[in-house]
Design a protein around this ligand. Sequence first.
Ligand code: PMP
Length: 328
Amino acid sequence: MTAHDTPAASVLETIGETPLVELDAAPQSVPVYAKVETFNPGGSVKDRIGKHILQRLLERGEVSSGGTVVEPTAGNTGIGMAIAARQLDLQPVFVVPDGFSEEKERLMAALGAEVVNVPGEGGMSGATDRAREIAEQREDAVVPQQFATPLNAEAHYETTGQEILDTLGEEIGAVVAGVGSGGTLMGIARAVSERVPGVRVVAVEPEGSTFGTLLGEAREEADYKTEGIGTHDPDVAELLDPDAIDEIVAVSDREAHAELNRLAAEEGHLVGSSAGAASVAARETAERIAEGDLDAPAETVATVFPDSGERYLSKNIYGSFEAWEGKA
Ligand code: PMP
């Protein structure tokens, strides 16, 4: 945990060092630990990359103080990057495809960002094109591009992954994380596998997403409600290295929803749907290790809860599955 014996100089210093909490609903013999990223000031794992990416871009002179940062994002990255940008004297502009959670947009605006909406049909690639156009029109603007910049995974290599190692030492059998850009999983996997050779690396996507095709698995493209992970265009996640992943697990919306509701009611974790999916996959992995069905260098599993369920109240995340699906 963050040392509280000295005051933080700014909110930026409060990012990271989040608690790693043992889950109740895991096999006795193989504990599951979740890095609870809702403890970050912007409420998600993305505060880490906002801070790291912008600090490095400033150090490298790719943008200077007073300049603009333009990023295509569905939300959490915008929130994290808005916090860092304003503290580092940069103006944040975010290009958001329609259809994502409204709370996230409001939070980005509250944090001093300009929000530009683009039609949802164009997806993240439409948002990226628009972000580049905006950057070209402004003087001293940079598009960090979380889906392409190695600084994204580097943030997790240097912070999230090291923190998990600091807490668990080499007692890590598997790391399990949802994949959007792939930065979280790749950074943690790289840090942990340096110290724990053979650690099992498990990516998580919603059913209907097609990252699994990168490992030659059959996938049927379909819509899904789980937010923040998954894709219909696996090539978009340039950071994701299929050779570094042992398995890509698909979790249905129904399972993710049931699990995030269980996590709230039984374990006191207010987390979003991507955390629900990660928890399902992490518990399954732990059960397979406990039953001797999976080779792993230790009998523990580490996972990540990326953000809070409060961010999706307007989408009826708590309660019946039908209400979340928009069918009730
Ligand atoms: N969960 C949520 C809620 C997210 O916003 C994101 C980022 N899109 C992820 C998980 C996945 O993180 P990453 O981009 O590092 O793969």
